[in-house]
Design a protein around this ligand. Structure first.
Ligand code: ZN
Length: 276
């Protein structure tokens, strides 16, 4: 008995010592984090309500829109992370692309010039994600030119995953970028029940894998919903963080997956990502 309790004491001292050595590790392992990127910002005055939301939301702002610069400055002044939401050629509805779009018929020079102009139109952008892009992101050559440029400018790439065949993330990895893809579109349906269902899916992914990324849009219904999530996140001990804090983790996961293609079926995000 004495021996047993002595061993127990040794074990608990050992555990305490380990926690002392690795407090950050024990914390990180138990904390789930989500990033919510609100994109398509810049067209409507009402987008201001999205910028005013409390919490670490990330804002992806459309270049050359009437309110691009105003909202980029407002978000930055509110200590929010800013991204450039770059229009890329889609398989259809390309009349909706807007100014600054990059397309698969451009030469490298044209594409890089257009991309640089679009990014520089969004002050404070730390990275980009694709607006539309269901065709563009499946074409290795132009995607390669995009990632080369992002690497030179030290910007990250979030794949909006508008096509299941996107090569964005894998080409971004080749250029050493911080990268990841959205796991959930939060507001494809705007009724309360659908918003809750998608948010719960996001939470479940974060609880299982510690990190999860959602894309949302500045619809009044979405903004009203997002203004209510903080208490639930507090209850569950989940942290809402800027996208750039999640990307080191998703980059590591994507790199490991690339090095071990046989483990692809184990990809924690596959079912969620392709469900859209
Ligand atoms: Zn968009």
């Amino acid at each position: 008995m004495v021996l047993a309790s002595c061993n127990l004491t040794k074990i608990s001292y050992g555990l305490a010592f380990l926690l002392l050595l690795f407090p950050a590790f024990s914390f990180a392992a138990s904390t789930a984090r989500i990033a919510i990127v609100i994109d398509d910002i810049g067209y409507r005055k009402s987008d201001a309500a999205a910028i005013k939301l409390d919490g670490n939301f990330t804002y992806s702002i459309v270049p050359f829109a009437p309110l691009t610069r105003k909202f980029a400055h407002a978000a930055h002044a509110n200590n929010k992370e800013v991204m450039a939401h770059i229009p890329m050629e889609a398989s259809r509805n390309n009349h909706l692309l807007g100014k600054g779009a990059i397309t698969t018929n451009m030469s490298k020079d044209q594409l890089v010039r257009q991309l640089k102009l679009a990014i520089s139109n969004v002050p404070f952008a730390q990275g980009i994600n694709n607006h539309m892009g269901s065709k563009f992101t499946t074409q290795p050559q132009p995607v390669h030119w995009v990632m080369e440029q992002l690497a030179q400018s030290n910007l990250y790439f979030l794949d909006s995953k508008t096509s299941a065949n996107s090569v964005g993330e894998s080409v971004a990895l080749k250029f050493g970028l911080q990268t990841g893809h959205r796991h959930i579109f939060l507001d494809n349906e705007l009724d309360q029940l659908s918003l809750e269902r998608q948010f719960d899916r996001l939470i479940r992914i974060a609880q299982k894998h510690h990190n999860a990324i959602a894309i949302a849009h500045p619809h009044p219904e979405t903004i009203a919903f997002l203004s209510t999530i903080q208490s639930k996140l507090n209850q569950l001990g989940i942290e809402l963080v800027p996208l750039s804090e999640i990307l080191p983790y998703t980059t590591k996961v994507a790199r490991a997956k690339r090095l071990a293609p046989a483990a692809q079926s184990q990809n924690p995000y596959q079912s969620a990502a392709l469900a859209k």
